[in-house]
Design a protein around this ligand. Structure first.
Ligand SMILES: [Zn+2]
Length: 229
């Protein structure tokens, strides 16, 4: 117990020293997996089936909306949660069309995360607006005027729901995120983009390295995810 306590204290101090703030949860982009994401179920590119919808409803009530964290406790509607495709359909299509994904023949795997109906609606409007803008830009792409203004870069749908439009969680203390932050700090080697001291990285979590070795496929997929960003 003493050892566990020491580990916890060290984790706490390390997190604090690195400028971690327990009460701040990073805002949730509407086009990415939200800060409250816990459980999810595998998804196809189709709409959720009745049995999937039931599973999502149960997950949502148990673990809350992956974007805003709400469990919809004070809503009487029988449908409180939608299965949110992650990545979203439009994002997945854009990613699957990238040359390196086509070359390797590896498609994005989507999962359903429970998302409350208000967040689901908001995400829908953000994405349809971003998709419309993208289509417009694609149509103009070959004009000289467009090239002058934007070069060859079309906007990333994945980024559409972040930034200004992201769901800001305010200053809520969530113990689960506290532990998540500490564990994250110890295993990943960085918190909020700040790197841990080199020493910690070298002694770093062997389990993590083993997992990487054992799961070459996962590694490849994460490289792809990096490309996708
Ligand atoms: Zn929500």
């Amino acid at each position: 117990v003493a050892h566990a306590l020491r580990v916890c204290t060290l984790g706490f101090l390390a997190f604090k020293l690195l400028g971690g703030r327990f009460w701040a949860i990073s805002p949730s982009s509407f086009t990415n997996i939200g800060s409250f994401a816990r459980a999810s179920i595998p998804a196809t590119s189709k709409y959720a089936t009745p049995s999937e919808r039931l599973a999502i409803e149960r997950l949502g009530r148990a673990t809350g909306c992956h974007t805003c964290g709400s469990r919809m406790l004070f809503t009487s509607s029988p449908v409180k949660f939608h299965g949110d495709h992650m990545p979203p359909q439009a994002v997945t299509k854009q990613l699957n069309d990238k040359w390196y994904r086509k070359l390797l023949g590896i498609q994005v795997k989507q999962r359903f995360y429970p998302q409350c109906v208000p967040c689901s609606n908001k995400q829908g409007s953000i994405l349809s607006k971003a998709t419309n803008e993208l289509r417009k830009m694609e149509a103009e792409r070959n004009s000289l005027n467009f090239l002058k203004r934007f070069g060859n870069n079309l906007p990333d749908l994945q980024k559409a729901g972040g930034g200004r439009l992201a769901h800001f969680h305010g200053l809520r203390l969530r113990t689960s995120h506290l532990t998540g932050g500490v564990i994250g700090a110890m295993t990943v080697g960085s918190v909020n983009g700040e790197r841990l001291p080199e020493r910690d990285l070298r002694n770093g979590n062997q389990k993590r390295f083993r997992a990487i070795q054992e799961e070459i496929e996962k590694k490849l997929l994460s490289v792809l995810a990096w490309f996708d960003r």
